[in-house]
Design a protein around this ligand. Structure first.
Ligand code: ADP
Length: 161
C-alpha cells in the first residue's frame, strides 16, 4: 500500500489545497493531510483542531485521513510508512522555498520522495492568507473555499465565534 503525506498549515483549507489532496488521493492508496502545528503563526485564524475539522468537512474520500504533528515532517513520514510527500506548486515564487524543503527532507530521509503537483490555473493566485485578507476586508470568499466551510470563515473573521 502506497501512502502519501500532504503537509501544510491549512489556515484555512482552500479549493487549491482540496484540488491537490483529491489528485493525490487518485494516485496513492492512502493520503494523510497533515496539519503541521509547529508552523502555527501567532496570528492564525483557526486552531489546529478547528483546521482539521474544516478539512474533514471539505473532503469526503475514504482513502484520505487527517492528522496533526508538531515535529519534523520526515519523522512523521518515516513513522507512518509513507513513501511520498505531495505538495502543490503555484508559481515560480513557490519553487525556491519548496525546492529547498524537498532537498532538505531528501537528505534527512532519503526513502521518501517529494512530488509536486502543478496548481490548476485558476488556483495559482489562491492562498490561505489571501482568503483571510479578502474576508477581513468584507469581500466574497465563496469562489475560493469549500462551500461547507465559508460561513465558519466569515464568522471567525467577523469575530462572531
Ligand atoms: P499556504 O501556502 O496557503 O499557507 P499551506 O502552507 O497550508 O498553504 O500549503 C500546503 C500545501 O498546499 C503546500 O504544498 C502549498 O504549496 C499547497 N498549496 C497552497 N495553496 C495552493 C493552491 N492554491 N493550489 C495548489 N496548491 C496549493
Amino acid at each position: 500500500m502506497k501512502k502519501a503525506i500532504c503537509p501544510g498549515s491549512f489556515d484555512p483549507v482552500t479549493l487549491g489545497h482540496i484540488d491537490i489532496i483529491e489528485r493525490a488521493a487518485d494516485i496513492f492508496d492512502e493520503v494523510v493531510v497533515l496539519v503541521m502545528s509547529n508552523r502555527s503563526k501567532k496570528d492564525s485564524l483557526f486552531t489546529v483542531e478547528e483546521r482539521m475539522e474544516l478539512i474533514a468537512r471539505s473532503v469526503n474520500l475514504a482513502n484520505v485521513k487527517i492528522d496533526t504533528y508538531n515535529g519534523l515532517l520526515v519523522d512523521y513520514v518515516r513513522n507512518s510508512g509513507a513513501v511520498a510527500i505531495v505538495k502543490g506548486l503555484r508559481a515560480m515564487s513557490d519553487f525556491e522555498y519548496e525546492f529547498q524543503q524537498a532537498l532538505t527532507n531528501k537528505s534527512l530521509y532519503p526513502a521518501a520522495e517529494t512530488m509536486f503537483l502543478c496548481a490548476r490555473g485558476e488556483n495559482t493566485f489562491l492562498s490561505s492568507s489571501m482568503v483571510k485578507e479578502v474576508c477581513r476586508l468584507g469581500g466574497d470568499i465563496r469562489p475560493f473555499v469549500p462551500e461547507s466551510i465559508s460561513d465558519d470563515i466569515y464568522k471567525r473573521c467577523k469575530g462572531d465565534n
